[in-house]
Design a protein around this ligand. Structure first.
Ligand code: ADP
Ligand code: SF4
Length: 618
């Protein structure tokens, strides 16, 4: 980090009542004896900390501060935010019911934060900055933190830290998706905090608009703009602003696929930036690409996220690219989905790539061109990339039913594609059957309710759009649907669709019920749009004569998934299309296709690991 002119920062914490300690099996501690407050309702409680515990914790924190300084960090945070740290638990009356000098009055509840910060300050002197990160409000209305109290808390220790980092609690309020919060949604909470301290203030708000950032600084609201998601989507955001390359900024779309990595215990992933977490292990760079490895031109069929990403990276690598799209506009699924309620920012996936392609003379775009296998072979372009997407099923097959359900041919049955294409359910009463569990079912129920339909949302899960727990949205989606009057029917599966009636069954007992419905929207699963790929495969013997070397299928056309999967697939093709294929036999044939850190036990012979294909000794 220092080599590249950056400062290194670290945020230290003991998670207290938020840490069940599954691995170490230590009993969690907090200001009060209360259940551990994770997202998953862990069946264990924290114990109330005594004076000796507080002294121990201060010592541990101080030791961590010293280690951080020894490791070379320049900025060492004291973390009291998001209800995820022992310090935030001590600040909040929701968790702190103590009657000693660490509970009760504001001064008492701030005491531990003051002590821990003073310990850190004294330990590092002028060698490191010690900021405090604090939540201004937890929006809970039940004794939790609120703006007035937090102002007083900041007033108690106004000039103690080197920087105030202000945010909201919990994490779901702070890191809201674009579906539930505009850029800068925290502004109303952080405005005025700067007047309480002489130290600089940093805040967040998924800022990607340069004008907005500048106006916050000029208007005295913030001194620094914090940008986590915007710089995941574009790590070169500050550089591009500095150089005035605004049109090159890859703007965060606010989808929280990055956050989902936390909940799925997987590396950070990003819809907009497919190189995220692939920098070291695959050698991808968010801005730099390697020169093309051959003179073969590439035909990309389909201009959704997968095809667009492939075309723009191939173009930057110097390949001659022909991009054919059957519609009159680029964008594929994001073109349609960004028109759904709350998803407008998703069009940025298309906009960034379209902007890049427009400036690449070696990428030719042909809109309104639906290619057949005959057309594709007739173009004589050596590499063909099929990124033709997918369509939603209309037979009820999904996770719950893996065989088609009984559907009356006279029933009004719609798929998400129909609705995105402008069709509306017949009649007044509509059932949305969500066996997809991500955003689509919830969004369409919202759309139907907004259009005045008496909307029933049926799911075999216990809650609406259940996978969106991973994107911190589930609570907001369910609240919105309830407020819009959607009738939510959890634990039920649609088993049959008749004209005017939908039959559902309890997923536990199988007990059937009928529901009057004029129309049903089936949000279950998608089928790859693979007609072109299959036909090209059928004509494999004609490839050589047509000058075609390879046909590759990627994205939803291969296996429908998230938009993040599609941009990743496009990037991967563009990075690897000219890589030497591993020999069909031999030690590398089945190697994992990226570098891995392989932990090595001391005392074991070294040769086997260092010879391991793709292995890296650490
Ligand atoms: P992905 O998410 O994999 O990029 P999308 O569904 O978003 O998939 O995009 C696929 C695109 O491919 C759509 O814009 C669709 O119009 C286009 N397409 C599908 N079949 C053809 C074809 N035969 N010729 C040209 N374009 C096609
Ligand atoms: Fe933004 Fe989505 Fe990327 Fe996260 S995954 S940084 S929210 S575009």
């Amino acid at each position: 980090m220092h080599e590249h002119g950056a400062l290194a920062g670290i945020e230290l914490t003991y998670n207290g009542m938020n840490g069940p300690n599954h691995y170490g099996r230590e009993v969690p501690m907090g200001p009060a004896a209360l259940p551990v407050a994770t997202f998953s309702h862990e069946p264990l409680q924290a114990r109330r900390m005594g004076k000796a515990d507080i002294a121990n914790l201060r010592r541990w924190h101080l030791a961590a501060v010293r280690r951080a300084r020894t490791a070379g960090f320049d900025v060492i945070y004291v973390y009291a935010a998001h209800s995820l740290s022992f310090l935030s638990h001590f600040l909040s009356r929701r968790f702190n019911d103590r009657s000693d000098e660490y509970g009760g009055s504001i001064e008492n509840r701030v005491r531990l934060l003051r002590e821990v910060t003073e310990d850190a300050r004294n330990a590092v002197g002028a060698t490191c900055a010690v900021p405090i990160r604090i939540s201004i409000d937890d929006l809970s209305n039940d004794g939790g933190l609120n703006r007035a109290e937090v102002e007083d808390m900041i007033g108690c220790i106004a000039d103690l830290p080197d920087l105030w980092d202000v945010t909201l609690a919990g994490w779901e309020n702070d890191s809201r998706t674009s579906r539930f919060a505009e850029e800068g949604h925290e502004e109303e909470f952080i405005r005025g905090i700067k007047q309480l301290t002489r130290k600089p203030v940093v805040g967040v708000g998924r800022y990607t608009s340069v004008d907005r950032m500048v106006s916050l600084v000029r208007g005295g609201v913030l001194d620094l703009i914090g940008a986590a998601r915007p710089s995941i989507a574009d790590p070169f955001l500050p550089r591009k602003i500095e150089e005035g390359r605004i049109e090159d900024i890859r703007e965060c779309i606010g989808c929280n696929i990055c956050v989902a990595g936390d909940f799925t215990q997987s590396p950070l992933r990003c819809t907009q930036n497919p190189t995220m977490a692939e920098e070291w292990r695959r050698g991808w760079h968010p801005e730099r690409v390697k020169r093309k490895g051959s003179d073969s031109a590439v035909l990309v069929v389909g201009a959704g996220p997968a095809g667009l990403e492939a075309a723009q990276v191939l173009g930057k690598r110097g390949y001659s690219v022909t991009l054919a799209e059957s519609r009159r506009e680029l964008g594929g699924r994001v073109l349609d989905e960004s028109r759904l309620p709350g998803l407008a920012a998703w069009i940025r996936v298309r906009d960034y790539r379209r902007g890049q392609i427009e400036r690449l003379p070696n990428v030719e775009v042909f809109l309104d061109n639906r290619l057949t296998a005959e057309d594709a072979l007739g173009l004589g372009i050596p590499k063909i990339l099929v990124a033709t997407g997918s369509h939603w099923r209309r037979d009820g097959v999904g996770r719950y039913h893996t065989r088609p359900i009984a559907i009356d041919r006279d029933a009004c049955v719609l798929t998400p594609d129909d609705i995105m294409g402008g069709a509306l359910p017949a009649g007044r009463r509509v059932v949305v059957w969500d066996d997809d569990h991500y955003y689509m079912g919830g969004v369409l129920a919202e759309l139907c309710a907004e259009r005045g339909y008496d909307t029933h949302y049926v799911t075999p899960a216990s809650e609406v759009s259940t996978w969106t727990r991973a994107t911190l949205e589930q609570h907001f989606i369910q609240t919105r649907l309830l407020r819009k009057g959607v009738h939510i029917q959890p634990f039920r599966a649609v088993t049959e669709v008749q004209r005017g009636v939908v039959v559902t069954a309890c997923v536990f007992t199988g007990t059937s019920e009928t529901l009057a419905a004029d129309a049903v929207v089936l949000v279950t699963a998608r089928l790859p749009e693979d007609g072109l790929a299959l036909e090209l495969e059928r004509r494999r013997s004609a490839w050589a004569g047509a000058g075609v070397e390879s046909v590759t299928v990627i994205g939803d056309a291969l296996a429908p998934a998230t938009i993040a999967h599609a941009t990743y697939a496009g990037r991967r093709y563009a990075e690897e299309c000219d890589a030497a294929a591993p020999a069909a036999a031999g030690p590398d044939a089945d190697a994992v296709p990226f570098r891995r850190e392989i932990t090595e036990l001391a005392g074991l012979p070294k040769a086997p690991l260092s010879e391991h294909p793709g292995g890296f000794r650490c």
